[in-house]
Design a protein around this ligand. Structure first.
Ligand code: ARG
Length: 462
């Protein structure tokens, strides 16, 4: 297995060592870019003809040949091996087989450096659109569950200690908001992905009268790189994407962690449905949350790719360096991981879990998560909050010692603690009221949650 010596200029006398050829080649992974490579080349060939750099007939032959390769690939007939080195050479070589000498004109006024940058951006632009669509679907799933659970209560935690009860919808809508930012962020990243480096040449531009704005327009780029050196060596857009992908994974992983906790016997807030859970090969009683665990686990890969890309870039002198070939696996794997995790989490949330209503209702009724409401009760009646807070702290302590909850105190006991207490204290500390009362903007009060749901529908456009 040697690289075809004709690949390189006459300067080379012998072929590559097979091990080096394998090491140098990117075809095993950059084949993923083939359709974008063809699309980019079609635009380039069209531009060469339009500017008179090649004839109109030659332009047509190149475009027809490129489209034939696209078909051959789609039908499974075009499978270039390591001898092609990379997808760009593979396509050019096949084009020359199909069109003869005219194929050799395709690479006029272009370098693989601006070519690979173009391909990668076209790929990422398309993948970002798909991921954004998936984010919207995921948000829709969260919103649907939220809608059905406005009045379902769930303990809210800080420090993983029971803090204040919440509307389950409010809890789920927090993830809706995270996904919304992810959607926005990817839209923002897209703006910088969508700039054309094509026509930057190897690094310095070209001697031919090309029209970079024309190719950019054909490829629906929003603009062109203003500096050819920057054009061929910038990978900020890839790093920005990996950062955005990492945040998506942070959010999915946090939800995954909660699902895992909620499904434990200790919490018991949800039951995993058989369609989304797995068993143990030895312990027949087990039902494992493999899906959220995998999501949590895969998060590390995406973070790793972000770190890898940052380190890959930090020491690179201008302009193109072969190190840049290594951006692709990081990108491809991150794209695949994010898409797979979004899909799995959307299915898990929509079909894989059942909230255990009784268990949740019992959970919010059996703790001191209404203690703030006792303090608020006094504060609303003129007692300075800090004073009320201290008093309630003492009450909680007494209750714990006596094995009681706040709701178990008699009205006489309340009155003895502070004369401001009246019998409406019982309503004030009932879990439902505790939640309903938090009616500040963005709070968990049912009225606020209903508004948030309506507003979320608007954002999704329905
Ligand atoms: N396969 C290469 C890459 O992915 C294409 C660009 C090669 N450029 C070069 N000057 N060797 O980066």
């Amino acid at each position: 297995m040697t690289t075809d010596p004709k690949t390189w200029s006459q300067r080379f006398e012998s072929a590559l060592h097979p091990a080096i050829a394998r090491f140098n080649a990117s075809i095993s992974f950059d084949i993923e870019l083939i359709e974008y490579d063809i699309t980019g080349s079609v635009a380039h060939a069209t531009m060469l003809a339009k500017t008179g750099i090649i004839s109109a007939a030659e332009g047509e032959q190149l475009v027809a040949g490129l489209e034939q390769i696209r078909l051959e690939y789609q039908q499974g007939f075009f499978k270039p091996g390591v001898e092609a080195e990379d997808v760009h050479f593979a396509v050019e070589k096949r084009l020359t087989e199909i069109t003869g000498d005219v194929g050799k004109k395709l690479h006029t006024a272009r370098s693989r450096n601006d070519q690979v940058g173009t391909d990668t951006r076209l790929y990422l632009r398309a993948e970002i659109a798909k991921i954004r669509h998936q984010l919207r679907e995921f948000q829709y799933v969260l919103l649907s569950i939220a809608e059905q659970n406005v009045e379902t209560l769930i303990p809210g935690y800080t420090h993983l200690q029971r803090a204040q009860p919440l509307s389950l919808a409010h809890h789920l809508l927090a993830y809706f908001e995270m996904a919304d930012r992810d959607w926005e962020r990817l839209g923002d990243v897209s703006k910088r992905v969508n700039i054309s480096p094509l026509g930057s040449g190897a690094l310095a531009g070209t001697t031919f009268p090309i029209d970079r704005h024309f190719t950019a327009e054909l490829l629906q780029f929003e603009g062109v790189y203003a500096n050819s050196l920057d054009g061929v060596s910038d990978r900020d857009f890839a790093i920005e994407f990996l950062a955005a992908a990492s945040l998506i994974m942070v959010h999915l992983s946090r939800l995954a962690e909660e699902i895992i906790l909620w499904s434990t016997q200790e919490f018991g807030f949800i039951t995993l449905k058989d369609s989304c859970a797995t068993g143990s090969s030895i312990m027949p009683q087990k039902k494992n949350p493999d899906v959220p665990e995998l999501v949590r686990g895969k998060t590390g890969r995406v973070f790793g790719h972000l770190q890898g890309m940052l380190v890959l870039m930090k020491g690179l002198p201008l302009a193109y360096n072969k190190d840049l070939q290594d951006d692709k696996e990081a990108l491809f794997d991150s794209v695949k991981t994010v898409k797979a995790c979004l899909e799995a989490m959307a299915v898990l949330m929509s079909e894989g879990i059942v909230f255990n209503g009784d268990r949740l209702a019992a959970a919010v009724a059996e703790d001191f998560s209404n203690a703030t409401d006792v303090a608020d009760y006094l504060a609303a009646r003129g007692v300075p909050f800090r004073e009320a807070y201290n008093l309630v702290g003492k009450v909680v302590k007494t209750c714990i010692v006596g094995g009681k909850l706040l709701k178990d105190l008699s009205i006489e006991e309340w009155k003895a603690l502070h004369p401001q207490f009246e019998s409406d204290i019982y309503d004030a500390i009932a879990p439902r009221q505790v939640v309903a009362a938090r009616n500040s903007y963005g709070g968990t009060g049912f009225e606020q949650v209903r508004k948030a749901i309506a507003e979320a529908h608007e954002r999704l456009g329905h």
